[in-house]
Design a protein around this ligand. Structure first.
Ligand SMILES: [Zn+2]
Length: 623
């Protein structure tokens, strides 16, 4: 164990017995942004010095004989800047206050952090009709006419403390757990979100139950969904802090909420030993976002895998880094690896060892590592225990190598001994377990083959000789896709460097401004760069005919109030609406659907969507 870790663990066990390591007494007036605090640290490291954020200053430090360091400090916080965009939110923000909402992030220097891991108790007092909270167990609270007071305790090792306050209405529900305990669920919402509170509470309960059953009992006593004035999506122990605008989007409850709930196990229950890379985003994506797609349909799950592999294909070779180097999402390139590749690693692992061993490995990893720091090493140990196999080569290859193999099924040859498949892959070779689909008339059968050389032949026996063979048509392996395996999706237009707009009706400029990330120009004819055709239904149909393009897809015709599709084999996407308001209605949601090839909207609501099926190359079986 690293030295600082041992020190942290010792500090935690000292604190857990009786007193928390850190006690904070906080007063905040959001309207004036006045902040004052008293911190008490039990036996902090001898050389510890508190350097608060520049907006705060230390007013006094005393040390008692029993080793308690008492710090009084305070100041006027920065005003909350609501104009911070999503990328800005991810950077370290100063502690900020306002009547609409206050956010004092863990890394912003609003409290003395003397240990990398510690336990705490925080007493919060805010003026006005406000509520305030930090992660942890709610010990007590008092609401008065013009102030609010609450005390929270966090007994597990914490990595930091985020403080949130706002003019919230609180809705509460007690949810029973499989082990008989009850979890206090809360929403801290602005009045305009009130109608969504019950749905968020019910869905939170559902997710907590689900993961309590599959992993192990929910490790905390509460879970809250807190509305943020910023366009954020933070997961913290016992709560998630999500932008108020984002909370209104229908897919948040179906995906992001479950993801954030699951982080109470992965990331906050088992802490990430960052020195060895961040495994928690991939595991959380696999067991939340991806699992929900699997529950929806095989097509939806395949779509998720295609999205990961498409992102990989779009990544310049120079931007590729090993998964073991992933710490957190700072760039899109990191997300491709830290979320997509990592989730795919767990999928390939489950495919290899089977669902039962995978489920056992998950439970063991939790049991052995809860409230401790864990790395990929501990995951490897748990899955080796569960499967009885040596998985080190598998983990080593997918964690330490950047990029992905490029593998091709070159030929399939039938003879008396069976069907011989010839594979080629980029050097140096990976050890790969590949699904191969054998097609005979209208039937197909999938078998798994293993290769570990740059050129390799594998022979399989069949009763009836198949006519054709396809390599990994369901996209279950982390690999570089071939060109024909990548159908066009809207993101290619959204992120295009020099997109063009072709308006076939006098509408659509505002929508294009919202959709394209780069400046666009208007064109009257088709060009080589990505073109977006926008118009009303009749004009669009006429234009497609005039331009000799395929007509409106039959499966979209007549659906909803607006339709969007990309044209296979071209750089053309089409947006067609019943009328101008229908077009305006989709301008806000549409940019969120970059991974789709086609959509139908009813007003602002998506009623159907999908990606064109890629055509995995069928290799004929020769004799
Ligand atoms: Zn996450």
């Amino acid at each position: 164990m690293r030295a600082w870790l041992a020190a942290a663990a010792a500090a935690v066990s000292l604190g857990a017995a009786a007193e928390p390591n850190l006690s904070l007494d906080i007063r905040l007036d959001p309207a004036t942004r006045e902040f004052s605090a008293v911190a008490e640290l039990v036996r902090p490291p001898r050389d510890f010095q508190f350097t608060p954020h520049a907006s705060l200053s230390v007013r006094g430090v005393t040390r008692t004989r029993s080793g308690v360091m008492r710090i009084e400090y305070g100041g006027i916080l920065a005003p909350l800047d609501r104009n911070i965009d999503f990328r800005g939110v991810l950077q370290a923000l100063p502690p900020m206050a306002s009547s609409q909402g206050s956010f004092l992030g863990a890394a912003s220097g609003w409290y003395p952090q003397a240990w990398p891991l510690f336990t705490y108790r925080v007493r919060l007092r805010v003026n006005g009709k406000q509520k305030a909270l930090v992660p942890g167990r709610l010990i007590s609270e008092t609401t008065r006419n013009d102030s609010y007071e609450a005390t929270f305790e966090y007994e597990a090792p914490a990595e930091g403390i985020d403080l949130m306050a706002g003019p919230y209405g609180v809705r509460e529900k007690l949810a029973p757990l499989p082990d008989g305990r009850r979890v206090r669920l809360r929403t801290y919402f602005y009045p305009e979100l009130g109608s969504l509170a019950d749905a968020y509470l019910d869905d939170s309960a559902r997710y907590i139950e689900r993961y309590s059953r599959t992993i192990g009992p929910y490790p905390f006593s509460e879970f809250s969904v807190v509305a943020s004035p910023l366009p954020s999506g933070f997961g913290m122990p016992t709560l998630t802090y999500i932008g108020a605008q984002v909370l209104k989007l229908p897919f948040i409850r179906a995906t992001s909420l479950g993801h954030e709930v699951l982080h109470n196990w992965w990331g906050n229950g088992v802490l990430v030993d960052y020195a060895g890379g961040n495994w928690s985003e991939g595991l959380t994506t696999f067991m939340a976002d991806y699992a929900y797609k699997e529950a929806e349909s095989p097509q939806a799950a395949r779509g998720a895998r295609l999205a990961w592999l498409r992102d990989l294909a779009a990544l310049p070779a120079g931007a590729q880094r090993p998964l073991a180097a992933f710490r957190s999402r700072a760039h899109g390139a990191d997300a491709v690896v830290g979320y997509g590749k990592s989730a795919m690693l767990f999928l390939m692992l489950r495919d290899a060892i089977g669902e039962d061993a995978f489920a056992l490995g998950i439970r063991r990893f939790w049991r052995e590592n809860s409230f401790r720091l864990a790395s990929w090493e501990e995951l490897l140990e748990a899955f080796e225990y569960a499967s009885g196999r040596d998985l080190a080569p598998f983990f080593r290859q997918w964690l330490t190598r950047a990029g992905a193999p490029s593998v091709r099924l070159v030929s399939a040859f039938a003879s008396k001994t069976g069907i011989t498949l010839s594979f080629e892959q980029s050097a140096p070779a990976y050890a790969l377990r590949l699904p191969v689909e054998f097609i005979l008339d209208n039937k197909s059968e999938t078998r798994w083959v293993e290769i570990d050389r740059e050129k390799q032949a594998v022979t399989l026996q069949f009763k009836d000789t198949p006519q054709a063979v396809r390599l990994d048509p369901e996209l279950r392996v982390w690999r570089l896709l071939e060109r024909e395996e990548l159908p066009p999706i809207l993101r290619q237009w959204i992120v295009a460097r020099s997109p063009a707009l072709m308006r076939v009706s006098p509408v659509g400029t505002a929508l294009a401004k919202r959709l394209f990330e780069s400046p666009f120009r208007e064109v009257e004819n088709l060009i080589n760069d990505p073109v977006l055709i926008i118009g009303l239904h009749k004009d669009v149909d006429a234009a497609l005919k005039r331009l000799k393009l395929p007509p409106r897809p039959a499966m979209l015709a007549g659906k909803g109030t607006a339709q969007v599709w990309t044209i296979i084999g071209s750089a053309i996407a089409v947006i067609s609406a019943k009328d101008e308001p229908s077009l305006e209605a989709i301008s806000r949601p549409l940019p969120h659907y970059g991974s789709q090839s086609w959509l139908a909207f009813d007003g602002a609501r998506v009623i159907e969507r999908g990606a064109w099926p890629p055509t995995a190359r069928a290799v004929p079986v020769t004799k």
